[in-house]
Design a protein around this ligand. Structure first.
Ligand code: NDP
Length: 500
């Protein structure tokens, strides 16, 4: 990577931080510095918001017909596909996630541009049935300047889930990516500009949450905030948005239950649970965190699961054979170790894993062994808090009622999975789970058309689908008087002139 790749992206220019400072992005697999990045602070957020405001007020992006914006987004999708390997490489070096995962994920990310191009191209305004001799049409217009704050676990995908609908709807944007993995989102800003998105429409300011993130969320020049991050960060952002009376969308933490009924073949259940939990080293908001198994198959499934989980190939994320990489940062490793230790101290049993991996290539990185924990109670920290690591707790249940009760016994409600071959049971159990997404015999499935959002402490609002585009617009009602007669409310003889 050349030096220019690591600067702040404002007004289609690469600029250094106002105070000239930089920070280092560490490769969590090796402990080496992967990138040096400009350290955006309040002054840089101010510059980016000013550029986005100019682009919103002076155009042309917000004023363009939605059918003119669509082809530009499609061009960006093509560019992204062409740079898939390069971007996947950046993602692997920033997050430690295996190349096998990131190559797939980066390729998929382009679909969001195509989908929202189609939504823009088929955008229709409405005429509403207002009473009287009136034509009342309702336009959807861009919200204005939007602030988007994104995490490190799926850096490009999550940024895209926000940028694509916001752009399609004609907004201008300031992105504050996580300081752990900011390079791919910066590259996205450049790529969109190359595809034809005008200067100032997408600005990306790498920096720290407590400073750049806070400055963005409190900025009076922002018309909407959109965060993906932890639940506590969500509370900060929502409070800041509340003070400025702007809409806040937030995709937050999760603690997904995976329910396995007795009619599922053990091999499918093991494959499903392993995939649910250990992709991204468990650092996914919808990672399977709590496995609930029907009692009749519990022991049998546990034995097979221990075998499979113990044999996951952990290693160098650049190696195409590696199935699981390190955790993304030292802080994340400390957090996982703390929660696993708390489980042990509170009386849980570690069935496999349970510790940092050492020796060989592991000493320099933040590798944690894939872990299974049994003998848990609902009041333990490991059951209440989001671990965000390769850790799965296992419990048994008697029947559907107990399974649903355990599944819903959480402050979170983002993702859940139900494994069964009984069609009716699959649907009926899924419908009783208080969770924004429920997969039946699947996990991690996400699509630009499929609404994505959390119940309870897992978030506010929804990503994906037409609703995400609509949420990046504001409705303007235009009322046209079609009455040929004259109207004078204060005329001396006037009585009951108007119906409404
Ligand atoms: P954080 O909440 O720590 O950070 C998210 C973003 O917010 C980062 O850019 C961060 O900056 C910034 N930030 C942190 N504090 C503030 C603040 N006070 N004001 C403004 N911005 C702030 O989450 P992580 O990056 O650690 O990501 C993991 C979390 O994200 C997990 O809880 C996970 O469940 C959730 N998540 C939710 C998803 C969903 O779709 N619901 C999807 C993926 C993840 P910095 O990194 O510099 O601190």
């Amino acid at each position: 990577m050349s030096k220019r790749d690591h600067l702040i992206w404002i007004d289609a220019q690469e600029v250094a931080a106002a105070d000239g400072s930089t920070f280092e992005v560490e490769n969590p697999a090796t402990g080496e510095v992967a990138f040096e990045v400009a350290h955006g602070k309040t002054a840089d957020i101010d510059r980016a918001v000013a550029a986005a405001r100019r682009a919103a007020d002076e155009g042309p992006w917000p004023q363009m017909h939605p059918r003119e914006r669509g082809p530009i987004l499609r061009r960006a999708a093509e560019l992204l596909r062409a740079r898939r390997s390069e971007l996947a490489d950046v993602e692997v070096r920033s997050t430690g996630r295996p190349m096998r995962e990131m190559h797939q994920q980066v390729g998929r990310t382009a679909d969001w541009l195509d989908f929202f191009a189609s939504v823009a191209e088929t955008h229709e305004d409405r005429v509403v049935p207002a009473i009287g001799n009136l034509l009342n049409y309702v336009r959807r217009v861009p919200v204005g300047v939007v602030g988007q704050i994104t995490p490190w676990n799926h850096p490009l995908l999550i940024t895209m889930k926000k940028v694509a609908p916001a752009l399609a709807a004609g907004n201008t944007i300031v992105v504050k990516p996580s300081e752990v993995a900011p390079v791919a989102p910066i590259e996205l800003g450049r790529l969109l500009n190359e595809a034809g998105v005008p200067p100032g429409v997408v600005n990306v300011v790498p920096g720290f949450g407590a400073e750049a993130g806070k400055a963005l969320s409190e900025h009076r020049g922002i018309d909407k905030l959109d965060l993906t991050g932890g639940t506590e960060t969500g509370r900060h952002i929502a409070a800041a948005g509340g003070r400025n009376l702007i809409p806040v969308q937030a995709e937050l933490g999760g603690k997904a239950p995976v329910l396995v009924f007795e009619d599922v073949p053990i091999a499918s259940a093991v494959a499903g649970a392993t995939f649910a939990t250990f992709v991204a080293s468990g650092q996914s908001c919808i990672a399977g965190a709590r496995l609930l198994v029907q009692r009749t198959r519990y022991e049998e499934l546990l034995r097979a699961l221990i075998d499979r989980v113990s044999s996951i190939r952990v290693g160098d994320p650049m190696d195409p054979d590696t199935q699981m990489g390190p955790l993304a940062s030292k802080q994340q490793l400390a957090r996982v170790m703390e929660l696993v230790t708390s489980a042990r101290d509170e009386g849980a049993t570690i069935l496999c894993g349970g510790d940092r991996l050492g020796g060989d290539i592991f000493d320099n990185g933040y590798f944690f062994a894939p872990t299974l924990i049994a003998d848990v109670r609902q009041d333990m920290r490991i059951m209440r808090e989001e671990v965000f690591g390769p850790v799965l707790t296992v419990q048994s249940f008697e029947d559907e009622d107990e399974a649903v009760e355990l599944a819903n016994d959480s402050d979170f409600g983002l993702g859940a999975a139900v494994w069964t071959n009984d069609l009716k049971r699959g649907h009926l159990v899924a419908q009783r789970i208080r969770s924004g997404s429920v997969w039946i015999n699947d996990h991690h499935r996400v699509d630009p058309a499929s609404p994505w959002g959390g119940f309870k402490d897992s978030g506010v609002g929804s990503e994906n689908g037409v609703v995400a585009y609509n949420d990046y617009t504001i409705q303007q009602s235009i009322l046209v008087n079609l009455d040929r007669g004259s109207f004078d409310w204060f005329a001396p003889e006037a009585r009951d002139l108007r119906y409404s």
